[in-house]
Design a protein around this ligand. Structure first.
Ligand code: OOB
Length: 549
């Protein structure tokens, strides 16, 4: 069956012809594809260790064979090239094998994080028109087979479920097999390889179609900037489905280089340090709160961390003082990473002067990354002033999947992506992130849309109105606080938190704090936007705290 007949919305990510020509001529887009490069590495690095996780240790040849078996099995079980498959797996080797298999079969992964629950997973499945769901029997004590049943009840188009581990009534990934000659050839390098999930600054997460050419460029170029080669050992400590540990340089960068990927099931020192010592890990990416935790624990641990060369920190702002603590605590090279699943990634360079590394979030990967810093009306700000960051380039999308409203909002007429971030640009091109223009909470790198959580809270019968804002938090960077005007009877905070969780959402979206207020008390004349309202509530709250403290 062709893609067109199974799906109402085709997968597409296109750049105007002149940009395609430019990115090709510059050597950014080389016509490489995921199945193409993975097959080549399986042969070239056959006996090198590719993936380590739990009790598993796969060489490149073994990873390649696993991917072929699973790919053939998925097609034999009725999936067809072009079908979209929601993948929700934790940091286990099977995650990598499954994703490589999907590429091999020209099936399109849609990445969910392990923390996502029914509401989110169902949204991804609907929006992508997914035909299948792949999960693990269990990860961090949660049984995903239960979620699979609920998902199929809610989105019947998800006809098949494949499970790593005990599959119950579903199909076991371990048992999959099929004829290798049914596997397709290599895809068009400009076709969409997968759908990544956006941080979701307004409402629900959007789906981000990334092409083979553009994504491979992003991690090939990242390898050079992060010092990754065949001798590197790259650790995935953050959730592997996130863009940062996937491609900046991530496990794909590592596999591209013939390096070793080590999966840590937990991001904390307890799980990661013994693995670093055992596998001689050279590079790892963390969010700021974890980096601080690691820096603190490094001074007390008996594990040998001397192999660590580069510690990358990104996903949320690392303030200079925290950066200093990280450098002192871990004694390796710090690299700040400011990226987004939509594309643009900035790195401090490994040989940048200390003050740039400590105080900036780096500069773009590519000479062809166009960066504009503009005022509220879209006019460029003066050099060094703070403004909105807009960008377009060889690995930044031109549009979301199946979302006209978001596309109208998030892209300019000439194809720049409105990142929502407020930045300052130094003459060297380095960017300092100074905040953002959109109302989301960046909770230790997890992005939470204020609007999405307000919607769920408003559905509670005893909530008259709710506004969710970010509050600075010493450990998380930001935490979420919901201001609630109760209805006739005031619910207990714990009840409201349980309510949000009960709506089938990731636990990180449950408000950290709930503050009841009688009214939002907007003194401004006339209609106040939600954005202004949130800003007022946040300001008043912080003021009151200052007075109290
Ligand atoms: C990464 O990707 P997303 O899609 O989860 O979130 C993107 C947003 C950015 O627009 C920015 O608001 C924030 O996360 N952010 C940072 C930051 N890195 C990301 N804010 C301040 N300082 C930083 N270093 O988070 C992501 C994707 C690829 C690589 C690294 C991070």
């Amino acid at each position: 069956m062709t893609d067109a007949s199974r799906h109402t919305v085709p997968l597409r990510q296109t750049w105007p012809d002149e940009f395609v020509a430019r990115y090709r001529a510059a050597g950014h887009w080389r016509g490489e594809t995921f199945p193409g490069f993975l097959r080549e590495r399986a042969a070239r690095f056959a006996d090198s260790v590719a993936v380590v996780g739990g009790d598993t240790r796969w060489t490149y040849a073994q990873l390649g064979a696993e991917a072929e078996r699973i790919a053939a099995g998925l097609l034999a079980s009725g999936l067809a090239p072009g079908d979209r498959v929601v993948v929700q797996l934790g940091n286990i080797p099977e995650f990598i094998a499954v994703v490589c298999a999907l590429f091999r079969a020209q099936l399109v992964p849609v990445y969910a994080l392990p923390a996502h629950r029914l509401t989110e997973v169902a949204h991804f499945a609907r929006k992508s028109e997914a035909s299948a769901y792949i999960c693990a029997e269990r990860y961090e004590t949660f049984d995903y087979r239960t979620l699979a049943r609920e998902l199929q009840a809610e989105v019947p188009a998800v006809r098949q479920v494949f499970v790593v581990g005990d599959a119950a009534e579903f199909v076991s990934i371990e048992a999959l097999d099929g004829p290798r000659d049914a596997l397709p050839g290599d895809p068009d390098p400009q076709s969409v390889a997968f759908l990544q999930i956006s941080g979701g600054s307004t409402g629900l997460s959007k789906l981000i179609p990334r092409t083979h050419d553009d994504y491979i460029y992003s991690f090939r170029a990242s390898n050079a900037l992060c010092g990754i080669d065949a001798d590197s050992v790259y650790m995935v400590a953050l959730p592997a489905a996130h863009n940062f540990p996937m491609s900046s340089p991530g496990f794909f960068g590592a596999l591209y280089a013939g390096a070793r990927v080590v999966l840590s099931t937990g991001p904390g020192p307890d799980a990661a340090f013994p693995l670093i010592a055992r596998e001689r890990v050279t590079c790892v990416g963390l969010v700021p709160p974890l980096a601080l935790l690691w820096a603190d624990a490094a001074g007390k641990t008996a594990h040998d961390l001397s192999s660590l060369q580069v510690l990358q920190v990104g996903g949320a702002k690392l303030v200079p003082e925290a950066a200093r603590r990280v450098v002192t605590g871990l004694g390796c090279t710090l690299q700040q990473v400011f990226g987004m699943a939509e594309g643009l990634v900035n790195y401090t360079r490994l040989d940048d002067a200390d003050d740039l590394v400590l105080t900036t979030q780096g500069r773009p990967i590519s000479g062809d990354d166009e960066v504009l810093v503009v005022d509220d009306h879209g006019a460029p700000v003066a050099e060094g002033e703070i403004g909105h960051l807009l960008t377009r380039g060889p690995y930044t999308i031109r549009g979301y999947h199946n979302d006209d409203a978001a596309n109208a909002r998030s892209f300019t007429d000439d194809g720049f992506y409105r990142t929502g971030d407020m930045v300052q640009r130094l003459p060297s091109g380095h960017l300092i992130v100074q905040g953002r223009a959109t109302d989301h909470i960046n909770r230790a790198g997890e992005k939470i849309s204020a609007e999405e959580i307000e919607d769920h809270m408003l559905a509670h019968p005893q909530v008259f109105d709710a506004a969710v804002v970010s509050i600075p938090d010493e450990f998380l960077g930001e935490r979420s606080c919901a201001f609630v005007i109760p209805g006739d009877t005031k619910p207990r905070p714990a009840e409201l938190k349980a309510w949000v969780r009960g709506r089938g959402l990731a636990a990180f979206k449950v408000p950290d704090q709930i503050v009841f207020v009688d009214a939002f008390g907007t003194t401004a004349v006339g209609k106040v936007s939600r954005r202004e309202l949130r800003a007022q509530l946040r300001a008043r709250f912080l003021e009151e705290q200052k007075d109290a403290g």
